[in-house]
Design a protein around this ligand. Structure first.
Ligand code: MN
Length: 241
């Protein structure tokens, strides 16, 4: 009897532990599906993994400087720029939709804040690839996955100076690839490329210079090893809503 009770108790403990685990993983999922356009300006978001998580493709030293210096400075400068203005409590997506009126400090630092949170989110190792739905959309828009990869890589490689390449879901729900200069993004009213971003690459030299120096093409090629398709698939699904 004692043994049975013990087993029952262990069973209960295991059940409780599993419940805790599942609710914990549920919380992680929820934080991943944060509405990007409502990013908080109250707290600088944590990097979702360790600095060395994307080695050897993106090295730890670059990740540390990129996140802790560059990204943090955009966040701090954005918070300072909106303080006491009409933009102070405005969701980021709304600010971007009328960015032409906001001035350069809000545009550059707001873009720098959002773009990097987005970039960290779509990076990660070990995902399987595009979902069947996203694969079908990629084939429809670009002919094949390889053609898409080539188009996106070319947008990244040919962006003159600093900027970003993007895969977006356009207003007609079709996929499109393009690039933006500086810290502009496809949510901004000034951007010729418009849509909901689902994938991006930072092609500022600070994103790759320590490891790749002037060889941006090698960095772009390495990037494909650390795309977190689980997140891209999620973003695609959200963008279709
Ligand atoms: Mn950057």
């Amino acid at each position: 009897m004692a043994n049975i009770n013990l087993e029952k108790k262990s069973g209960l403990v295991i059940t409780l532990m599993l419940t805790a685990l599942f609710s914990l993983s549920g919380q992680v999922t929820n934080s991943n599906t944060t509405d990007m356009e409502n990013l908080s300006t109250k707290e600088f978001p944590a990097l979702p993994y360790a600095y060395d998580a994307l080695e050897p493709y993106l090295d730890a030293r670059t990740m540390e400087i990129h996140y802790d210096k560059h990204h943090r400075a955009y966040f701090n400068n954005y918070v300072a720029a909106i303080k006491g203005t009409a933009y102070e409590n405005m969701p980021l997506g709304k600010v971007f939709s009328e960015i032409s009126k906001a001035g350069d400090p809000i545009k550059n630092n707001g873009g720098g804040y959002y773009n990097h949170v987005f970039f960290w989110r779509i990076l990660g190792k070990g995902s399987a690839g595009p979902s069947p739905e996203l694969s079908a959309a990629i084939e429809k828009a670009f002919g094949s996955f390889d053609k898409f990869k080539e188009t996106f890589s070319n947008a990244a490689k040919t962006r003159f100076g600093s900027g970003w390449a993007w895969l977006v879901v356009a207003a007609d729900k079709a996929l499109a690839v393009g690039s933006t200069p500086n810290q502009d993004n496809p949510l901004m009213d000034i951007s010729p490329l418009k849509g909901t971003p689902i994938l991006t690459i930072d092609v500022w030299e600070h994103a790759y210079y320590l490891k790749y120096q002037n060889k941006r093409a090698d960095y772009v090629e390495a990037f494909w090893n650390v795309v977190n398709w689980n997140e891209v698939n999620k973003l695609y699904k959200e963008a279709l809503k």
